[in-house]
Design a binder for this molecule. Structure first.
Ligand code: GLY
Length: 395
């Protein structure tokens, strides 16, 4: 992917904002900041090549909700509501369609136990007044004819949507290039700190970039930056996800399809051009990004249970990425305990979903609505605990 205005040795320069990390989160923040008239520099050795390259792009806060994660649901719903406007503006400014699709997620069950579990989830969703519809097996197959005949029932989360994250990255890079935002193809090795305030970043290739604000959006790598006290470093860990992309015909699936197969969640995400993304593993393997035969076998085995016809499709691509997980599964967005340093990381399974909200939280005008959401993902929740020597999670 082309990097606009890339330069390896910028010497010393200055921007209002330096964004460390050129994934969908960092690029979204940079784009929104540039739209607000700020001078911005993005630093990443290979923008869009990390988790954003592997992501399926589900905007699915409803179908991905779990019992203990209502704060995450609130963030997800707030960001989902921002996506239509964000996608439209981004497509208009970049000339790239991000394949924003809004047909919803169909979550299906195979046996009586699955169905009972799905029924309980549906009850939980209904209690939260989420827009879900319970379907019989026949209704599921009518909505999605390629589903396995053994599907017993399901839930349709009609508000869920999805985008193609690779197109989102390409669109953000194009929009940034049009606004003259500098992208530096280098690695940040540490921060420039003066009198306890972050004043810029140091580059592996030499030189520094000064800034009023540094935004740390380096995904799973956000916890390994030199120059920060341990209690300020974000507590993120890599959670590996492997995916497979198949080449289908447009219309092969109309919805995003999910189900629990062999005890794990499997999903199929259809693109407008017929591509189907099968996902995804969740592995605690450190910074390992190898694509393994076992994982691909499991993805195919599970996806075939949901939609048997996928075995006829051509394999287009396989990829592994590292989600930035946090101890409480909530992201870390907002001012850190050090002046001049803002975090935009820890988005775990929801990086693509949370792009518009993250950009608003970092660059938007303060409002009571945003303040309530900002409180849920403030990085300071961990700083306090770490200062007191506690390692517990804080919700
Ligand atoms: N949000 C889907 C995943 O992380 O696999």
């Amino acid at each position: 992917m082309d990097v606009p205005h890339a330069t390896a040795h910028p010497g010393t320069r200055h921007s209002d904002m330096v964004v460390v990390g050129g994934g969908v989160i960092g690029l979204s923040v940079a784009w929104r900041a540039a739209r607000h008239g700020r001078t911005v520099t993005v630093v990443d050795p290979a923008p869009g090549a990390g988790a954003s390259h592997a992501a399926a792009g589900m905007l699915a806060p409803v179908s991905e909700v779990t019992y203990t994660e209502e704060p995450l649901l609130r963030l997800g719903l707030a960001s989902l509501a921002r996506w239509p406007h964000f996608a439209a503006e981004l497509s208009e400014e970049s000339g790239i369609d991000v394949d924003h699709r809004t047909q919803g997620t169909l979550d299906v069950a195979f046996d009586a136990d699955d169905l009972a579990a799905l029924g309980e989830v549906a009850g939980f969703m209904e209690k939260l007044s989420l827009p879900v519809e319970r379907l019989t097996g026949r209704e599921c197959r009518r909505a999605e004819p390629m589903l396995a005949p053994s599907v017993r029932g399901g839930i349709l989360a009609s508000g869920d949507a999805w985008v193609d994250p690779r197109r989102v990255t390409a669109a953000l890079l194009a929009a940034l290039a049009r606004r003259g935002v500098a992208a530096v193809a280098d690695r940040v090795t540490g921060l420039v700190v003066e009198g306890g305030t972050v004043r810029g970043v140091r580059l592996a290739g030499g030189g520094t970039i000064g800034a009023e604000r540094v935004v740390l959006a380096a995904g799973a790598w956000s916890g390994s930056l030199d120059g920060l006290p341990p209690e300020v470093l974000p507590p993120v860990r890599p959670v590996k996800g492997q995916i497979m992309r198949l080449r289908g015909a447009p219309g092969f699936l109309g919805h995003c399809v999910r189900g629990v197969v062999h005890g794990s969640h499997a999903y199929l995400v259809p693109r407008g051009d017929g591509e189907i993304v099968l996902g995804a593993t969740q592995e605690e393997m450190g910074f390992d990004t190898r694509v393994t035969a076992g994982a691909l076998w499991e993805l195919l085995r599970d996806a075939r249970e949901l939609v048997p016809g996928i075995t006829e499709l051509e394999v287009a691509d396989v990829a592994a990425g590292l989600r930035p997980g946090t101890p409480d599964n909530l992201p870390l967005i907002g001012p850190s305990a050090m002046d001049g340093l803002v975090l935009a990381t820890g988005h775990h399974r929801g990086g693509v979903l949370l792009c518009p909200l993250t950009a608003d939280l970092v660059t938007g005008e303060p409002s009571p609505d945003l303040a309530a959401l900002a409180a849920l993902c403030s990085p300071l929740r961990f700083h306090e605990a770490r200062r007191q020597g506690s390692t517990g999670s804080h919700r």
